[in-house]
Design a binder for this molecule. Sequence first.
Ligand code: 1CP
Length: 341
Amino acid sequence: MELQNDLLLRAAKGEEVERTPVWLMRQAGRILPEYRAIRNSLSGFIELAQTPELASEVTIQPVDILGVDAAIIFSDILVIPEAMGLPYEMVEKRGPWFPNTVKTASDLDKLRIADGANDLDYVIKAIEITKKNLNGRVPLIGFAGAPWTIFAYMIEGSGSKTFSKARAMLYTEPALSHRLLEMITQSTINYLKAQISAGADLVQVFDSWAGILGPDQYEEFSLKYIRLICEAIDEVPKTVFAKGAFFARKDMGSLPCETIGLDWNMEIKESRALIGSNKTLQGNLDPAALYGTADQVVAATQKMMKQFIGSRHIANLGHGVYPDINPERVKDFIQAVKSFS
Ligand code: 1CP
């Protein structure tokens, strides 16, 4: 199916574009009343994610309602631990929770490498339905968590400010840590390849907890595995978003991927200098900027856009859009990107 709007893919590959493409991380499951209406008619996130027709419907809502240049499949990074044998629950207002975690080698022996197409068939079905219903309007983004971020949840058992149990494991059990990271990496490669076979046009790897490691540990326990994923996938363009990994920007310039995501703490010109000119940069407006007035949102967006002039860029926020943002301000952000010249 020929895409009518392939700005995202051309920008990712560094090809000529008429204007900068724009989408928002976490655009599908947070801000729209139309999303909440569907979500509230079900038992919760997991039921919605595992019902492909509905997952597809909420994936397409931001394309219809907000006018973004890409859809991102409605799912979560935590489907991978579940497919490996470590199920999660979503606790209302608190986030993910794992009844079991990995503490010892025998916990690890109970896990398996996920086969994306079978173990995560509900995501694959949702992608197939979404591709059909998008009918070529915009590209569909597939995604997965980076191995380090997934590891952090599998050890910790929930979200955390410090992930101290996960970081302790890197010091006390480095060999066990690497074994688990290798299993997550292989599962993630299988999963992303299945998403691509089902129709994902680009894939993004989210390393949301990159910033809690120091530079040496980041290279050893995270970047190494992200590199393996990028090397294994050559079917579609790849984006790596490592939140807080300002110290790794130079190394990320040599990853075999097309696009690097920037968070809002990363200075744009400095990031370009560190990463080099042969990558597209994605981002990086502070998500809190959308709490401002319409005029403030437009001014902040234009200020960001100016700093990216003359270099490969996909406009986005510096992290996921916050749940209590007014969708009208999101539209102001999108319109400000589209009319920027
Ligand atoms: O929002 C969308 O666009 C839909 C798809 C999507 C994506 C891309 C969801 C649905 N989750 C994610 C990615 C995700 N999930 C990340 C990486 C991006 C980021 O850093 O924001 C992370 C770290 C998670 C883990 C997760 N899932 C958290 C964070 C917990 C913590 O440690 O702070 C939470 C709260 C969830 C739940 C979740 N995921 C998605 C939704 C819609 C929800 C809310 C659940 C509900 O409705 O009850």
